[in-house]
Design a binder for this molecule. Structure first.
Ligand SMILES: [Zn+2]
Length: 283
């Protein structure tokens, strides 16, 4: 069963537990011929009849849900639940006592939002039902199979609104939300970092000792490359310093110990400088 987060849950028992499951493929709207709030509609279903709709919509746009959308509700005759297990999600809306008034702007807005949710959550296709069994959106009097007692429900004004405002509004809103959905929504900088650097799917380097470890993380290569660069620069600086020191001493006649001491001192200074240059200024 599914409960719409935009509705106040007013679960109707025993129907909610006792009625069979459906796979919702249609959304059918009604007028209840009374100016009722969702709470009053709930009390009517609970106390006065064994019929019920899934949703009740007040004049102010407030919405109550009485039955989960994967459970049969008894508001549209043959569409409630068919032999193949499919069925309709139904909504009763507050109206005047003749069901002749149009939906209020608040009711229209709630109908559109709920319609979009049913499309996205239940996969109800964005079309007006072409037959009584056809998945899509409709209103009670659209098919005799849904309305065998020939009620005018939901009334002429609302049928016109359904065709010109409510259903087109559902289609437009669903399309807009689809194009506006950000594919990166909810992805953090850390997620991106981990996806790039922590993913363990690069072939392991030739120095890998463990035959079972076939892959490395990219950051392993990056860190290894940096450390080896420091080693190479250090060795190169030391060699240059040694060659330079030796060149200065050629022909000066100093003894071997003095040569070694002088070269070592040059190497030490050079290597310190390499570490300052390479490792001391990174950000
Ligand atoms: Zn009806």
């Amino acid at each position: 069963m599914a409960w719409y987060p935009g509705a106040t849950r007013m679960e109707l028992q025993p129907e909610s537990d006792s009625q069979p499951a459906i796979r919702p493929t249609q959304f059918i709207v009604h007028s209840i011929v009374a100016p009722w709030t969702p709470q009053r509609t709930y009390e009517y279903w609970r106390d006065s009849t064994n019929l019920e709709s899934h949703f009740g919509l007040g004049y102010d746009g407030s919405l109550g849900q009485f039955i989960g959308t994967h459970t049969r509700a008894d508001a549209n005759a043959a569409a409630n639940r068919r032999a193949d297990g499919t069925g309709a999600v139904s909504l009763e809306s507050a109206s005047n006592l003749e069901a002749s008034d149009p939906w209020t702007p608040e009711q229209v807005e709630t109908l559109i939002q709920l319609g979009v949710w049913l499309h996205k959550t239940e996969g109800i296709p964005l079309r007006i039902c072409r037959t009584a069994d056809d998945p899509g959106f409709g209103y009670h009097r659209l098919f005799t199979a849904w309305n065998p007692s020939a009620h005018s429900c939901p009334g002429d004004a609302r049928v016109a609104q359904f065709k010109t405002v409510v259903f087109p509004g559902i289609v437009a809103r669903a399309a807009r939300q689809t194009t506006e959905e950000d594919p990166m929504a909810g992805i953090t900088k850390q997620d991106i970092h981990d996806a790039v650097w922590d993913i363990d799917d690069v072939a392991a380097g030739s120095t890998e000792k463990n035959p079972g470890n076939k892959t490395w993380q990219p950051q392993t290569y990056l860190k290894g490359t940096f450390e080896n660069t420091v080693k190479i620069l250090t060795a190169e600086a030391g060699q240059t310093a040694a060659i330079t020191a030796l060149a200065k001493l050629v022909g000066t006649g100093v003894d071997t110990a003095a040569v070694v001491a002088a070269v070592r001192e040059e190497i030490r200074n050079a290597v310190v400088n390499v570490h300052v240059d390479v490792t001391g200024k990174q950000v």
